[in-house]
Design a protein around this ligand. Structure first.
Ligand code: HPA
Length: 250
């Protein structure tokens, strides 16, 4: 596969990076521009390692430990491609998704953080991996526990609440089914997003560890939404929790 200089490098169908270009620990936002911003502001000495289809990836370090960031794009098919190639071909051990979500219950507010301890989904991925079984899609307990501890330590300095519970990974952003959202809310679902279940399914299939830390960008009941500027500042807290989880026991 040609690299940015036009020479041939090893790569996968969707990532044009050489073996060793990614650190074992990866932050994964949905948006490529957010990946670049994380590389510029949160990692030290970051260099770009891939840009296939505009999906940007960088490797640098955080608190002295090598760490990468790669965008996932939107939805389960997209995140499952990048997560599979990272775990399978680049020696990646942990991926923490840092994304946004729409809140369901009143108890979860815009700007709050939601750590996804499980992901319900309407994606077929939970059913096609093992014949006759609907897989439970959950994060690594080690990463979840580390994130919960980090959130507890952050409490005094941070404004909004941190919630830990199930989310709904939807295949359709514009789903117009209020009764479905109500049924999920009644069963304890905290928020709606589009990638956590795909990441958890791939981690389980590939023997990797994964977690999802979400910033609530909008409220599906209240109709409230963060401004673009607010999104950037609010995102910081989720990022700190995610990085602390990535670094646990390394
Ligand atoms: N639905 C799905 N994904 C989302 C939403 C939503 O309402 N908000 C942020 N990501």
């Amino acid at each position: 596969m040609p690299d940015r200089a036009g020479t041939s490098v090893t790569g996968t169908p969707h990532i044009a990076a050489a073996p060793g270009d990614f650190a074992p620990l990866v932050l994964m936002p949905g948006d490529p521009r957010r990946a670049r911003r994380i590389a510029e502001t949160f990692l030290e000495d970051a260099r770009q390692v891939t840009d296939v289809r505009g999906i940007l990836g960088y490797t640098g370090s955080h608190r002295g430990v090598p760490m990468s960031v790669l965008a996932s794009g939107m939805g389960v098919p997209s995140v499952s491609i990048y997560a599979t190639e990272l775990f399978r071909h680049y020696g990646v051990r942990r991926i923490v998704r840092v994304g946004t979500a729409g809140a369901l219950p009143e108890s979860v507010a815009v700007r709050d953080v939601v750590i996804a301890s499980a992901a319900h989904t309407d994606s077929s991925l939970s059913r096609i991996l093992v014949d006759g079984v609907t897989l439970s899609l959950a994060p690594s307990y080690r990463l979840l526990r580390a994130a919960a501890d980090a959130a507890e330590r952050e409490k005094p300095s941070s404004g909004g609440a941190v919630h830990i519970g199930p989310v709904f990974t939807s295949d359709h952003f514009y789903l117009d089914r209020p009764a479905l959202y109500e049924a999920l809310e009644r069963r304890g679902t905290l928020a709606v997003e589009m990638e956590a279940a795909g990441l958890y399914a791939v981690a389980c299939a590939e023997g990797g560890e994964a977690l999802t830390v979400l910033t609530v960008s909008d409220h599906l009941r209240a109709g409230e939404a963060l401004t673009a500027e607010d999104r950037e500042t609010c995102f910081e807290r989720a990022l700190r929790i995610a990085a602390t989880a990535l670094l646990t026991d390394v």
